[in-house]
Design a protein around this ligand. Structure first.
Ligand code: NDP
Length: 509
């Protein structure tokens, strides 16, 4: 292990089990065990030290083929024959195993993504457990329905059955690797599907750990597979593979579009959870302390690397100055530091390359005339620890990149408005439609705005609330289909319609 990583780990007393899990080459998980099909490795960089943590297998199309074949045979094997209540039991056991392993998984997520270990525990690990527990209950409730035919002659029996869609390819981004894996895994398993997961090559550790835990609690070989490697190789091969029935993709809009086109060539089912640039409206009737605190956590959670981050604020002119002051003092007081430090809220971004992109956006905001409030002046102030300080610009407008583009870092833009019509028109003006937030103590305003805003998820006096019962997904350039909620189940099920023509009998027969 590299010197700075070793001293970082010893400073924060990283458990020996975590070290033994990462201090080795990471392979793929296929057919019930970890396999090493190649010695070709991609460097995994720890974001706080920027040193090499370990190497992860640079997978090939052949690895994808192996994993898909393994997932297909599991479909028709023991897994496919399990009664729903047995599936439910296994999913609950996996949730329990994740709970027992929470300390290891939070450490893995923190050192892989750079994120705060406190958030890894309370959001990523807790969210994964909740998703599995919620969807476990659905295994026994996936009924079809019996209909009463209304246009058929004679006597008929007409009913539908629900069947697992088959092999699911789950393509996962790097910002919440465990939680987003659980979004796909929980519902797919509940529906009886098998899965081939492709994590980002930057953050493969938690998916590998979950695959090991699943085998430990008794999942049959081949139900959960993980293939590591680059997206343009592994993700692309999964989208193109004829043995994959459904692609559930979470990631950026351009990659999602490409994955969608490839998937449709072989007529796969498809869910696309894509990017966002979520607007926030603060009316003159808002509680500004409450609003400022929720806005700050909504945009700076996970150091801004959140798809539904509320990154453009429209505030009524009458309370503009006061809100900006509260945002400024709140942002300056956010604890900045290493991901493994439980007190840190702003931690290193996932990679130097991503940090450079965020600095490019900050540079453009300065250049385009946004008014600097706090944070990073320019790329010269880059720190060696991978962190970008929470940065706020005021007096932004829609023709500036900071108000149009998804930055995916700790950068907030603010602008003031005069009427609610103006605020909604401007909030709805972008291509994305993932989320929007409204702050007001006036119930009529909140209901009216929640109806007028074009987004898949609306938050009132809060930001980023998530619950397994609630479907999450976007409109427009933010994609289509839902993760979580009962609505997600249909994405992993095929509905078969069965018509039975009953032979006519007289009553004396
Ligand atoms: P990317 O689109 O770059 O990557 C997402 C996944 O796709 C990764 O596993 C990546 O692999 C893979 N991939 C890359 N190229 C291809 C390809 N040609 N074919 C198939 N798969 C490919 O997104 P990021 O990982 O950078 O994640 C950030 C984005 O994700 C943001 O836009 C964010 O808004 C969005 N997101 C959306 C969410 C939602 O629910 N709507 C939730 C969280 C994030 P690799 O990394 O190995 O290249």
């Amino acid at each position: 292990m590299e010197k700075r990583i070793a001293s970082y780990f010893s400073q924060f007393k990283v458990p020996a089990e975590v070290i033994s899990f990462v201090d080795r080459p990471v392979g793929h998980y296929i057919g019930g065990s970890e396999v090493h099909t190649t010695s070709d490795q991609i460097d995994l960089i720890e974001p706080f030290t920027c040193e090499r943590l370990t190497g992860v297998a640079n997978g090939t199309v052949a690895d994808v083929d192996l994993a898909v074949r393994s997932a297909r045979s599991a479909l028709t094997g023991e897994w496919g024959r399990l009664p729903p209540l047995e599936r439910q039991r296994l999913i609950l056991r996996l949730a329990d195993a994740i709970e027992t392993d929470a300390d290891v998984l939070s450490h893995l997520e923190s050192i892989d993504v750079g994120k705060s270990i406190s958030e890894a525990r309370s959001i990523d690990v807790a969210g994964a457990i909740a998703n599995l527990q919620y969807f476990a209950g659905w295994t026994s409730k996936l009924d079809g329905r019996t209909t009463k035919a209304v246009a058929l002659p004679g006597e008929t029996l007409t009913y539908t059955v629900k069947e697992p869609v088959g092999v699911v390819a789950a393509i996962i981004p790097w910002n919440f690797p465990l939680q987003i894996l659980s979004w796909k895994l929980a519902a797919a398993l509940a529906c009886g599907c098998t899965i081939v997961c492709k994590p980002s090559e930057q953050t493969p550790l938690s998916a590998m750990r979950v695959a090991h835990l699943a085998a430990m609690v008794g999942f049959p070989a081949g139900v959960i597979n993980v293939v590591n490697g680059f997206g343009h190789v592994i993700g692309q091969a999964l989208a193109a593979h004829k043995g994959v029935d459904k692609v559930s993709f979470t990631g950026s809009t351009p990659v999602g579009k490409a994955v969608g086109k490839t998937s449709l060539d072989s007529m796969k089912r498809l869910t696309l959870e894509l990017g966002g640039k979520s607007p926030v409206i603060v009316t003159g009737k808002a509680n500004l302390d409450r609003a400022a605190s929720a806005i700050l956590s909504g945009v700076f959670l996970n150091s801004g690397q959140v798809c539904d981050a509320g990154s453009r604020v429209y505030v009524h002119r009458s309370v503009h100055e006061e809100l900006v002051h509260k945002l400024w003092t709140g942002a300056e007081n956010l604890p900045v530091g290493a991901g493994l430090d439980p007190a840190s809220k702003i931690t290193p971004l996932v990679s130097p390359a991503h940090r450079n992109k965020v600095f490019d956006h900050i540079g453009s905001a300065h250049a385009e005339g946004a008014e600097f409030v706090t944070g990073e002046m320019d790329s010269e102030s880059q720190r060696s620890d991978g962190i970008v300080r929470p940065t706020i610009f005021d007096n932004c407008s829609e023709n500036m990149r900071i108000f149009r583009d998804e930055i995916f870092g700790p950068v907030l833009g603010v602008s003031h408005y005069d009427t609610l019509d103006e605020a909604t028109d401007r909030a709805n003006s972008g291509d994305f439609g993932l989320a929007a937030a409204v702050y007001s103590e006036n119930i009529d305003e909140t209901i009216m705005l929640s109806r007028r805003l074009k987004a898949g998820n609306i938050y009132i006096n809060a930001h980023g609330l998530l619950d397994p019962t609630m479907p999450f997904g976007g409109l427009g350039a933010s994609g289509f289909g839902k993760d979580m909620g009962a609505e997600q189940l249909d994405g992993f099920l095929s509905t078969k319609s069965i018509y039975v023509q009953v032979a006519g009998h007289s009553t004396t027969d």
